[in-house]
Ligand binder design. Sequence first.
Ligand code: RB5
Length: 148
Amino acid sequence: MIALGADHGGFYLKEAIKKYLEEKNIEYIDHGCYSEESVDYAIYAKKVADDVASGKCEKGILCCGTGIGISIAANKVKGIRAAVVTNEFCAEMTRRHNDANILAMGGRVIDAPTAVKLTDIFLNTEFEGDRHIRRIAQIAKIENGEEL
Ligand code: RB5
């Protein structure tokens, strides 16, 4: 199950991603927004991040104008590793090395076909583990206020 969310700046990317998920028979929850009317991105970041952090959804996808604000908000939820991605290399590497659990993209930065391609890479690339497990554990320690 994939959690989806967007503000008005990322709405059209989210709609294109929904179409891709439907074609691939991948289940999703659409947390909105549901139009291009101006809204506040943190609301949608929180809904998607909560679904991923709780395990209700295995991954999340968030879109705003740049992908930045919505990823910053999502990363405030414990256990979330949201990555803003604009190209195929970063979509692959953030799964392989960072085990990112939320993909963030910007509707004013990339077009819909690119967002769909990055989504496809993000959903189909495995975490490499190995030394990266240690590095992700360090991120979790920072989150818990522990020393590295
Ligand atoms: C909304 O205008 C815009 O600020 C938002 O979509 C996003 O780009 C913030 O980071």
